[in-house]
Design a protein around this ligand. Sequence first.
Ligand SMILES: [Zn+2]
Length: 273
Amino acid sequence: MKFKQTLSILAVTLLMVACAQNPFTGKKTLALVPNSQILPMAFQQYDQFLSENKVVRGTSDAKMISNVGQKISTAAERWLTANGYSGYLKDYSWEYNLVQDDAVNAWCMPGGKIVFYTGILPVTQNEAGVAAVMGHEVAHALANHGQQRMSAGQLQELGAVAGNIALSSDPKKQGIFNQAYGIGSQVGIMLPFSRSHETEADRIGLTLMAIAGYDPIVAAELWQRMKQQAGGAPAEFLSTHPSSDTRIRNITGWAPEAKAEARKYGVTTFRKS
Ligand SMILES: [Zn+2]
């Protein structure tokens, strides 16, 4: 009982101190660690990841990843500016890299640090398919899902007090933090997001890809292909992103709204490949 009370007092304190409204979700969410602390760490971990993996440079695939990434990040910035949040991503330092690896995976770290694995390209099939995955992964980062992934228990272990996490050099604490945020080598064994976070990322991702000029219906086709893929070798992306009929149905239903939103930005054509 006493433990529970302590936890709820801790939770209330955190809510009072650390709530910030997220422009993408409209929700008040916990911002336990300020960007000034997270981003330098994420950037450093990202560079380390790139140094330990084979980055593909100069190929048409590598150029496609970078090109789509720029369009998606521009879409996010246009959306924010139009909605009164210009400068919201000022601390972001977008980067888009393709890594030679058979894993069917892709991720976006806090601060806009993106990696696609070559193993996901047969599933994405073309530029619009890449945009669907990119929009979804960027949406997780923009909606601060990493922060919210931390449980009360993990927060206690990290020594969260007064709305701030005491980051330390303790490897165990660092591991919990990295896993929650999807940072560094922990990415490969990243915790899955909750179903509501997946739904949120799907919806935000559709808007981003539509503003970037891609037909959001392609996302439904992509998740259909993911679903067929699921029968084969276990893949990280597929295990953390179950591709259900409900998901595909939702995406199909939301696609027209995403296009309508994009038209407000003067986007009139939507490419499907
Ligand atoms: Zn996801």
